[in-house]
Design a protein around this ligand. Structure first.
Ligand SMILES: [Zn+2]
Length: 305
């Protein structure tokens, strides 16, 4: 109920006021949810049929980005180049009907070993308001998935209804999280592993891959953290449990000059520090994969229909 009313009035509330309201709510939740965020110990139980990561690696390390705006798209290439220089690869999700998604950029990414995915249609909060709306949008989303050669999807604002996602022609979805009380739809899936979502209607199922490191927006914009200590702590914990460390950041909020232009930006250095940290502290221990490859690995080894 709250969700519908919030998204109903959201367009008329100025952005900075929205941010102030969200910051107050985050402060309260930080105190009331300290036992389940950033770490919920209950999420570390491996799936029943779990046989471990490829090549005997200890944990998985996956990088994903949601490019929410045209500004984020302008910053995408710089971010991807940084990842490439450090020896990483990542998924970039674009919003097909919110800004003109550049074909040249999509090609640049895929030609250089990155992955491109679909992030809703226009990034409003109405996808799950009714079954009819979702069905109608799914038809359009499927066209972009096909045109872009994508196999995965992520909902705007992490809204989710896993049963409805069978409308999409996907091999995986990544619209959920292990634990994140700061999200508008805060029900986490309670695991730091991928899992299979069977369709039950004769269609193929798909792999769900939740994000497991707190989002950049939550840490650096809402909570105004000035370091990456929470990322490091969660990463080390996931590594110790053998789970999947899945990072979700937004080029929209990253200041490429390492400054902070306004209340909604954080320095690119925070992100590169995370990449260097995993390389130094966990060298040789992690399975670094694109979501599409991780989903393939999981469905080949664990698909139980
Ligand atoms: Zn988004």
């Amino acid at each position: 109920m709250f969700l519908k009313s919030y998204y109903g009035i959201k367009p008329v509330i100025p952005r900075l006021l929205q941010l102030a309201i969200r910051r107050i709510r985050a402060c309260v939740k930080l105190r009331t949810h300290a036992d389940v965020w950033p770490i919920d110990e209950k999420t570390a139980i491996p799936p029943k049929d779990w046989t471990g990561w490829p090549d005997g690696k200890k944990f998985a390390f996956v990088l994903t980005h949601d490019v929410d705006t045209a500004k984020g798209q302008e910053r995408t290439r710089h971010m991807a180049d940084l990842e490439r220089e450090l020896g990483f690869t990542a998924l970039y999700n674009f919003v097909p009907e919110r800004y003109p998604v550049q074909e040249e950029l999509r090609n640049y990414l895929t030609e250089n070993g990155f992955e491109v995915g679909v992030h809703g249609l226009n990034h409003d909060g109405k996808y799950y308001n009714s079954r009819a709306i979702f069905r109608e949008r799914a038809l359009k989303i499927n066209r972009y998935i096909k045109d872009w050669g994508s196999v995965g999807f992520r909902s705007p604002s992490m809204l989710h209804n896993l049963a409805w996602l069978h409308d999409l022609e996907i091999q995986y979805d990544s619209s959920t999280f292990d634990t994140d009380p700061f999200e508008p739809q805060p029900d986490g899936v309670g695991t730091i592993y991928p899992f299979w979502v069977p369709s039950g209607n004769g269609k193929a199922g798909y792999v769900e891959i939740p994000y497991t490191l707190p989002q950049d927006f939550t840490l650096f914009v809402l909570m105004r953290q000035r370091n990456i200590d929470i990322w490091k702590r969660k990463l080390d914990w996931i590594a110790s449990k053998g789970g999947m460390a899945l990072v979700l950041t937004h080029p929209d909020y990253v200041n490429p000059e390492n400054g902070r232009n306004g209340p909604e930006e954080y320095p690119l250095k925070f992100y590169s520090d995370l990449l260097k940290y995993v390389q130094q502290k966990h060298r040789g221990e992690y399975y670094h994969a694109l979501p599409k490859d991780l989903a393939k690995f999981y469905s080949e080894n664990h698909e139980n229909g």
